[in-house]
Design a protein around this ligand. Structure first.
Ligand code: ASP
Length: 327
């Protein structure tokens, strides 16, 4: 069988997601955004665009939607702020860019791309990264843009559980109960990521997240760390992860999957299953990954009850899934 000319896989976070947790309209809302994001990426690839552009286009759709914990719907820190992390990597050149702890830029994935393409660095953090994004002309969010009521309530719950003080609500809050009703509370986590292979056979990966609810002390997760939550190489695969970032960092999950493909000759599905079902589970971590190879393999694996996910390849149909028992 010849490989499809292009392929794209999307995730919108993993966690405890059971059928009983989602009302039919919530289930539909998540699937609709996943389909929309996948289409945005697939349109780029179908038109002969590069994998990197497809990854950025699809992630921007997810960042702009308050249902997902990235961009607009980012979770709050214990201080009641958003501190977002993102990374993007080009498998053809091994160029990579990332930002951590950004608070103002509307689309952190585009800030990560600017770091990759328009700076000499790979990772920028905090106020410096925000200033760099602004200097590159990336749109800042207006006050209140990142306030999503459901995320605030999740923070209140989390802080109450930990016996920590509840911060003041931020000023300039936009109340949008319509989305609050559609959203599922996926607990502390939830992240977005996209991997793509273009018609040249180049792969790319990107990941964007608000991190975990109630995080403190400048905590940075795996998503912006090249090799942990995000990695791409034309010699092996493009990978994006979601889950308990601390475990992904300790295992070097994304790079490890690529190493199994490149050095041990594992199929992509065997490689993602080895790292997620065996290594991550053995360490006591939870999460999942999506991946593609330059020769057209697509895979996902997760050890949680669900992962928001979707995939499509040239000539194939769009698959959108949430729960473990779906394809
Ligand atoms: N991996 C993300 C982090 O630890 C969270 C998630 O994917 O749910 O920041």
């Amino acid at each position: 069988m010849t490989a499809p000319a292009w392929s794209l896989v999307v995730h919108g976070g993993s966690g405890v997601i059971d059928r009983a947790d989602l009302k039919p309209e919530q289930d539909r809302a998540y699937r609709a955004v996943l389909a929309h994001a996948t289409k945005a990426g697939a349109d780029v690839l179908r038109a002969g665009g590069v994998a990197l552009d497809a990854v950025e286009a699809a992630i921007r759709v997810l960042e702009d939607d308050p249902l997902f914990n990235a961009g607009r719907g980012a979770v709050f820190t214990a201080e009641g702020q958003v501190e977002m992390d993102a990374a993007i990597m080009d498998g053809a050149t091994l160029e990579a860019g990332a930002v951590a702890g950004v608070t103002r830029v509307r689309n952190p994935i585009s800030a990560a791309r600017a770091v990759m393409e328009r700076s000499q660095h790979v990772l920028m953090i905090g106020a410096g990264a925000d200033a760099f994004a602004a200097s590159e002309g990336l749109a800042p969010a207006e006050p209140g843009y990142f306030f999503v009521e459901r995320r605030w309530r999740a923070l209140e719950k989390q802080l109450a559980r930990e016996g920590l003080p509840i911060p003041e609500r931020p000023a300039g809050v936009l109340l949008d109960e319509s989305h609050a009703a559609l959203a599922h509370d996926e607990g502390k986590r939830g992240t977005v990521g996209v991997v793509a292979r273009d018609i040249r056979g180049d792969v790319a990966a990107g990941t964007s997240t608000g991190g975990v609810t109630g995080k403190r002390w400048g905590r940075v997760g795996d998503s912006p760390l090249i090799g942990a939550g995000t990695y791409a190489s034309n010699r092996s695969a493009a990978v994006s992860g979601t889950g308990e970032g601390e475990y992904f960092i300790r295992l070097g999950v994304a790079r490890q999957i690529c190493a199994l493909v490149e050095l041990k000759g594992l199929t992509l599905q065997a490689a993602v299953d080895t790292v997620i079902q065996d290594d991550l589970s053995a360490l006591g971590g939870e999460g999942g990954v999506i991946a593609v190879t330059p020769d057209g393999q697509m895979a996902w694996s997760f050890n949680t009850t669900g992962m928001y996910r979707a995939r499509i390849a040239e000539g194939g149909v769009l698959e959108v899934a949430i729960y473990k028992d779906e394809a």
